[in-house]
Design a protein around this ligand. Structure first.
Ligand code: GDP
Ligand code: IMO
Ligand code: MG
Length: 424
């Protein structure tokens, strides 16, 4: 009956995986709608930790169908690794996972093209995750892509055409692969496609709309974040898909009027991995302290995440673009020991203050900060908002006023249980 969307409002890694897992028992279906194995969604419960890349975060609760929608790009090799790991730990993935025939396949040469394109950009590289995301979406949009459904129709011929195109592009970039290496990669890839055929490959738009017609509910799980969106993010330092709410419609085949709640997730501070502008980035001890306390290292690549104060100009923009109805604040506990917390409420550009997110944030942005007192209390074992220290409740009230949107869930640690729902 209803489709709710949960997505990141910053530059990714806000904690989407954790919250999807927490909210899953309220839904019948959990669906990924864009991105691919560039995502790394971490879940922790019962002393165990899992990092999901292409598989939705709704697989650990009971009875939900999990869907990889048409808007996703899938690497069969990485999918196989991820699925085999999960099957080993006792998850009956084949009975709960459905994959759209229309997902685009990431081929080994897409990854080679990703690396070659980054190398060609030199000092201007995007700092991609190297998973072939850009080249795969490029082929999708330029109508050269391979879809999962193609594995059942003239696949060898279609793959040969794509392969030739890629080898020409790689040669132009001076990155022709060694034949033997490529043959090895292709063998592993073809084997992984055979493995993939053992899963439910479906017309997922019919599956989801059919379930909605039966009165079932769907939670859509975003990957990356709004500031990495191909249209509204910090272009060109973005990913290659629509990470925003409308991406759930095109990435699953659900109509816009089906969308109900839009949960927008943000950290109590801000991080970014890869290159690109970041107005509130901290290069000092405070930035380092946030990185250490928040364990801010990439779940996919292990890279250090750049850290800074919360940026309310960017958050207001993300709330507007997505139509966010509820905010979820993550990693509040990371700031537990700070004397003071800063929040960027406006940008000063050429001496003028603005609260509106500008066309480009690359140069000349000076963040205008409001400083708030820290709460200096370990919140990680708290059970309800009644235990929150006054300074923390004041921080929440300040953010709600600045963002004109309620914060309904607060996360105080990585574990499923360290999640506090606020009274509406
Ligand atoms: P995602 O990509 O949005 O799912 O987020 P990631 O999993 O990449 O990064 C979030 C990281 O923060 C993971 O390591 C989580 O285990 C961790 N995490 C999530 N919520 C909290 C929280 O409230 N406090 C702390 N300290 N860690 C958290
Ligand atoms: P989750 O879902 C954080 C970043 C990369 C790079 C840019 C483009 O875990 O939040 P790509 O490989 O997509 O072409 O890289 O986007 N990036 C992410 N940063 N979290 C992610 O996913 C990301 N996925 C891509 O670091 O700057
Ligand atoms: Mg992540």
């Amino acid at each position: 009956m209803k489709v709710d969307v949960l997505l990141g409002l910053q530059w990714g890694d806000e904690g989407k995986g954790k919250v999807v897992d927490v909210l899953t028992p309220r839904y019948d279906v959990v669906a990924r709608f864009q991105g691919g194995p560039n995502a790394g969604h971490t879940l922790e419960f019962e002393g165990k930790k899992y990092v999901l890349r292409s598989i939705p975060s709704g697989i650990f609760q009971h009875g939900q169908i999990n869907v990889i929608g048409n808007g996703v790009v899938l690497d069969p090799v990485l999918f196989r690794q991820e699925a085999e790991e999960l099957e080993k730990s006792g998850i009956d993935l084949r009975s709960i996972l459905r994959i759209s025939k229309k997902v685009h396949l990431i081929a080994p040469t897409h990854r080679l093209l990703d690396a070659a394109s980054e190398a060609a950009k030199g000092g201007k590289k995007i700092g991609t995750t190297g998973k072939g995301i850009g080249p795969t979406y490029t082929d999708k949009i330029s109508r050269n892509g391979l879809r999962l459904g193609d594995v059942f129709h003239n696949f060898d011929e279609k793959y040969a055409t794509l392969r030739n195109l890629h080898l020409t592009r790689l040669a132009a970039l001076g990155a022709t692969p060694d034949e033997e290496t490529l043959a090895g990669l292709e063998k592993t890839w073809m084997d992984a496609i055979e493995y993939l055929k053992g899963f439910g490959i479906v017309d997922s738009e019919f599956l989801i709309n059919g379930l909605l017609a039966e009165g079932k509910s769907v939670l859509c799980e975003g990957a990356q974040g709004t500031l990495l969106d191909i249209d509204f993010g910090s272009y060109p330092f973005v990913t290659s898909s629509n990470t925003i709410c409308s991406g759930a419609c095109s990435g699953l085949g659900v109509a816009p009027n089906r969308i109900g709640e839009v949960f927008g997730i943000f950290k109590a501070y801000c991080t970014r991995v890869g290159s690109g502008p970041f107005p509130t980035e901290l290069f000092d001890e405070t930035g380092k302290r946030i990185r250490d306390l928040g364990h801010e290292y990439g779940a996919v690549t292990g890279r250090e995440r750049r850290c800074g104060w919360i940026d309310l100009v960017a958050l207001r923009y993300a709330i507007m673009i997505n139509g966010v109805t509820q905010l979820i604040m993550m990693k509040s506990d990371v700031l537990d020991g700070f004397d003071e917390i800063k929040a960027c409420t406006a940008y000063r550009i050429n001496g003028e203050e603005t609260r509106q997110f500008p066309y480009s944030i690359e140069d000349g942005i000076e963040p205008v900060y409001t400083t708030l007192p820290g709460w200096k209390t370990d919140m990680t074992r708290m059970q309800s908002e009644d235990e929150f220290p006054k300074e923390f409740s004041d921080y929440i009230a300040f953010l709600e006023k600045e963002l004109a949107t309620p914060i309904t869930i607060v996360s105080i640690g990585p574990d499923r249980k360290q999640t506090i729902e606020r009274r509406k």
